[in-house]
Design a protein around this ligand. Structure first.
Ligand code: AMP
Ligand code: ZN
Length: 457
């Protein structure tokens, strides 16, 4: 049975969906004021593997990932660039979609934008106020009253005194308590605003995810996820305000991905130590980056190094080598490999162990290839199928080995054709000469039952 680590209970728990065979998942999305960096890639590739595996296990998954398109940082960036806010957010949303598609991250079923949900947010704030868990401060902003909500701190596992002594809460004089957080803030001159019962303004950050998730998935849903920096305050606040508004349990399982780090520090825009996804993809294949991200467990911290990408490339080369020159067959059924893969993934999505099972499978394909090509081919198809659950091994096998400078393609193909012609004419010395010329270009020719192929050294 699938076990998932729940931040709320700090334990791995057997997963039971609220409605049989259906799973509702909400993952906090990107604040779109810049290009996505590798920290984003880590969290959203982890979420993608989780979604793919839940579907592989037969669940019908509804996956919602929002877009934060109104926020102080966005307003500041648009002002600095002299760019219209919508033009800026559209530009970075398009860039995000391109980066995620390159990384083979599936599209969510719903991708709501915060600015489309202002009326839902206002309705939720009204409920929270009616239930006496929020107040209008002396400056006109609306705050959540943390002291009124007994369970506050249950997700981050701190009591209020510990949270207050932490440096991370913003001290604002008008708050009744330093931990109180803003639900609605009045607009300053020149800022974007929406009308509300409390005056023209905009929502605080946390309320958007409660409003969007409850509208699209219901007031009580299965899984809520994000990077671990979101545990406090974002998810703690979301949990409190959602339950304070609906009077119901909000989410069953809270999942959090470990940080992608540069050396010992979290990669982040504010620390300025970030590398964008698109920068890495200039130098490396997207599948290599994806492999490097899933090579460690989603909850562990992951230190980014060039060496990790090199190792990922080597690992993928082993898989694609096992897949070469196999006839097309249906995947083998009921194998020890698939059951070991499922056991690994059922254990809180343990991708490193699942990948080690795929290595065993690749090894078995190579062992069988010369004596039993039929079974080797069925295991090859199984390797592709299970790789697909992790979002890898979808490339055309030969393309993997031929990736590189496409300008050379014409020359390579005409040399191969010339060699074929020489071989037909039994001109072996000419054929050998051409093979040598290709080798000098770091191209190896391979003749197999499927015809002549080539790969880069
Ligand atoms: P943001 O765009 O900062 O709102 O972040 C969007 C998502 O990316 C959140 O779930 C963050 O937790 C996650 N995230 C940001 N930086 C990192 C990082 N260095 N490692 C892992 N996840 C991150
Ligand atoms: Zn959120």
């Amino acid at each position: 049975m699938l076990q998932i680590h729940n931040t709320l209970t700090r334990q791995k728990e057997s997963f039971k969906p609220i409605h049989a065979n259906k799973v509702s998942v909400y993952v906090c999305g990107v604040t779109v004021y810049d290009y996505c960096h590798l920290g984003h890639a880590r969290t959203y590739v982890s979420a993608d593997v989780i979604i793919r595996y839940l579907r592989f296990r037969g669940y019908e998954v509804t996956y919602v990932r929002n877009i934060t398109d109104v926020d102080d940082k966005i307003i500041k960036r648009a002002n600095e660039a002299g760019e219209n806010i919508n033009a800026l957010t559209d530009r970075f949303i398009n860039a995000m979609h391109e980066d995620f598609a390159a990384l083979n991250i599936l599209k969510p079923n719903n991708e709501p934008r915060a600015t489309e949900y202002i009326s839902n947010m206002i309705a939720l704030i009204e409920k929270i106020m009616a239930n006496k868990h929020a107040y209008v401060a002396s400056n006109g902003d609306v705050y959540f009253d943390v002291r009124s909500y007994k369970e506050y701190g249950c997700l981050s596992h701190h009591n209020l005194e510990e949270l207050e002594s932490g440096a991370r809460v913003e001290v604002v004089e008008v708050k009744h308590d330093p931990l109180d957080f803003v639900l609605w803030k009045l607009a300053k001159p020149g800022e974007p605003y929406w009308e509300s019962p409390w005056g023209n303004g905009r929502p605080g950050w946390h309320i958007e995810c409660s409003a969007m998730s409850m509208d699209l998935l219901g007031e009580h849903f299965d899984i809520h996820a994000g990077g671990r920096d979101l545990i406090f305050p974002h998810h703690e606040n979301e949990l409190a305000q959602s339950q304070a508004g609906s009077g119901k349990k909000f989410v069953n399982v809270w999942m959090h991905a470990g940080f992608l780090q540069m050396d010992k520090e979290k990669m982040s825009k504010s620390l300025g130590n970030f590398i964008t996804i698109r920068d890495v993809l200039q130098q490396h294949d997207a599948e290599v980056l994806r492999y490097a991200l899933i090579g460690s467990h989603y909850r562990s911290p992951l230190v980014y190094t060039e060496d990790a990408l090199l190792q990922a490339k080597q690992a993928l080369t082993r898989f694609y080598t096992a897949l070469r020159f196999l006839p097309d067959r249906e995947p083998a059924k009921e194998t020890i490999f698939e059951s070991a893969f499922v056991t690994a993934m059922d254990d809180d999505f343990n991708t490193p162990v699942a990948l080690s099972v795929l290595f065993d499978l690749a090894h078995e394909i190579q062992r069988l290839r010369d004596k039993d090509i039929e079974n080797a081919a069925k295991l090859g198809a199984l390797l592709c199928k299970l790789g697909g659950v992790l979002g890898i091994l979808k490339k055309d096998v030969e393309q993997f080995f031929q990736a590189g400078d496409t300008d050379e393609f014409e020359k390579i193909h005409s040399l191969i054709a010339a060699r074929e012609k020489a071989r037909m004419e039994k001109n072996w010395s000419e054929a050998d000469k051409i093979r040598q010329t290709l080798l000098e270009m770091k191209i190896v020719i391979e003749d197999s039952a499927k015809g002549t192929s080539w790969r880069r050294v």
